[in-house]
Design a protein around this ligand. Structure first.
Ligand code: 13P
Length: 257
């Protein structure tokens, strides 16, 4: 990554894992292991039910807490949903939006990702917006078209100042939970393409400041090579974020960069 213009962010996405006691145990184990880390922003994005526990367990540490989604309306008749204001009021800092599992299983579209991103920004949250191509799209050689479309739609109407509060996670759908990581060169190629797309929309100076993470089977063994790439500014980690030792190894790899 380019350390002169941006800070690496290593974020765990716990998905639908961990009860409250398990969440407390994991964060309590993790906190002293990463207490000396300064050059990497550490985030744990946890299920809604764990947010309060996670915030309490990380108080006074260098671990920030995020949610895994939020709704785009401020309040109202949306049974089962959580608003950005509800998260912000709790002290939550980040929110994952547009994850491919949300797009795939919960019918989220670029339009709703765009609305959620705007709602999160308005509430003062930092969105981690996920983009990525399906295996079929990569095989059809349209990865760049897919990614450019997602970036243009997901950030439509969002100002440069607001974009600077966002993180983008490049998560090739075929690499998520499959044990099939993109090679470091593949990750770099698409992260660089995302930065070029942002440069066209917002100017190169803005694009240079945006943190672009890689996600998809990133683990203790492959993290160092991935984050050594110029345009890979950290990672969004699923499975490996559920183990304190593995997550710590990934964080330390990002410190080296
Ligand atoms: P895995 O690291 O388990 O492949 O998950 C990646 C991911 O989806 C993070 O958001």
């Amino acid at each position: 990554m380019n350390k002169a213009t941006r800070k690496a962010i290593i974020a765990g996405n716990w998905k639908m894992n961990k009860t409250r006691p398990e969440a407390k145990a994991l964060l309590t184990e993790l906190a002293p292991m990463v207490a000396d880390v300064k050059s990497v922003e550490i985030v744990a994005c946890v299920p809604f039910t764990n947010l309060e526990t996670a915030l309490a367990a990380t108080e006074g540490t260098n671990i920030k807490i995020g949610a895994e989604n939020c709704h785009f309306e401020k309040s109202g008749a949306f049974t089962g949903e959580i608003s950005a204001d509800m998260l912000a009021e709790m002290g939550v800092e980040y929110v994952v939006l547009g994850h491919s599992e949300r797009r795939q299983y919960f019918a989220e579209t670029d339009e709703t990702v765009n609305k959620r991103t705007k709602a999160a920004l308005e509430a003062g949250l930092k969105p981690i917006v996920c983009v990525g191509e399906l295996l079929w799209e990569r095989e059809c050689n349209i990865t760049e078209e897919v990614i450019a479309r997602q970036i243009k739609l997901d950030f439509f109407g969002i100002s440069a100042d607001d974009l600077k509060k966002c993180v983008i996670a490049y998560e090739p759908v075929w690499a998520i939970g499959t044990g099939k990581t993109a090679t470091a060169d593949q990750a770099e190629e698409v992260c660089a393409f995302i930065r070029d797309t942002l440069a066209k929309l917002y100017g190169a100076d803005v694009a240079e400041t945006i943190t672009i993470q890689y996600g998809g089977s990133m683990n203790a063994a492959n993290a160092a090579e991935l984050v050594s790439k110029k345009n890979v500014d950290g990672g969004l980690i699923g499975g490996a974020s559920l183990k304190a030792a593995d997550f710590t190894t990934i964080i330390k790899a990002a410190e080296v960069g």
